[in-house]
Design a protein around this ligand. Sequence first.
Ligand code: 5GP
Ligand code: MN
Length: 321
Amino acid sequence: MLSQVVQLVEQKQRFMITSHIRPDGDGLGSGLALYWMLRSLGKDATVVLRDRVPPAYHVLPGSDLVVVQEDLTEAYDVAFIIECSDVERPGLPSLKNQFVVNIDHHSTTIPFGDVNWIDPTAAAVGEMIYNLCKAVGVEVTKEIAECIYTALLTDTGSFHFSNTTERTLKIASELVRRGVEPARISQALFYSYPFSKIKLLGLVLSGIECDDSGRIAWVTVDRAAMYEADASEEDSDGIVNHALSVGDVEAVAFFKELSPGVYRVSLRSKGRKNVAKVAECFGGGGHRNAAGCRVEGDFEDVKRRVIEGLQTALGVSPVSA
Ligand code: 5GP
Ligand code: MN
């Protein structure tokens, strides 16, 4: 609960902040906003991540201060874990020995922390950190504002998704008043891609397929496409959303070959179609309209199982995939 988090922030001194592996805009933005908030209060704070900060997010103030390591090397008074489904998802094994505060906006989260603050009505954890700043009386500085704005912008799909509410836009407006330049953030996030990313996007989208209903589509990134585009792992982020832009398509799956027989699956949907439930069947999770999981097996079999899961979720009769 927020009141417990406020109490800890006021009473404790040494804080650690982390988020999931392959950090995204909300994990990084809300984590760094929390970092700046704690620093404003004169607290010791460190952001520790297992994976590096993707170059697009170097626009975030404090991104250069993120410590990238395989595990924690110190004990802290409080370890904040941002938008993770369990204590393992940050990929830092000794987190389980720390006093953990779980901050999340996923409805699928099981409360795994010593303190759990979960608000599924928040568009992004960034919204929750904004509320925390208000609750502890920290002024929203330009640094904090830029971090929170990035969290909101990315988790709402540039304010396109259904999690965008009046509150989200009010907060965004307040952040702009505090010094955020929306075009500068968008430029860094969406108009600074390496050539390889667009090359990969083209290769992958040219192979888009859909089922007989036309309501379910999928795209695949295999190692050959990654090689042909000379792509980095991050270059495949976001491709899934392009597949969803087809008018008749209601849900999409994105398959990425991580290694032979191991696939990352991203699922997206429109409206009330729930893909988190499909991801959960494969040990993953997420939100109604954006979820993911990791699936192992023969590719044709993995594809068939996931697409059948989507067909069931959409109430489409399982015709050929
Ligand atoms: P993405 O497809 O962009 O990787 O993830 C979309 C959403 O699904 C995010 O909110 C993310 O937290 C969630 N998600 C993705 N992969 C996993 C996973 O393996 N486990 C869980 N619990 N959630 C995931
Ligand atoms: Mn989020």
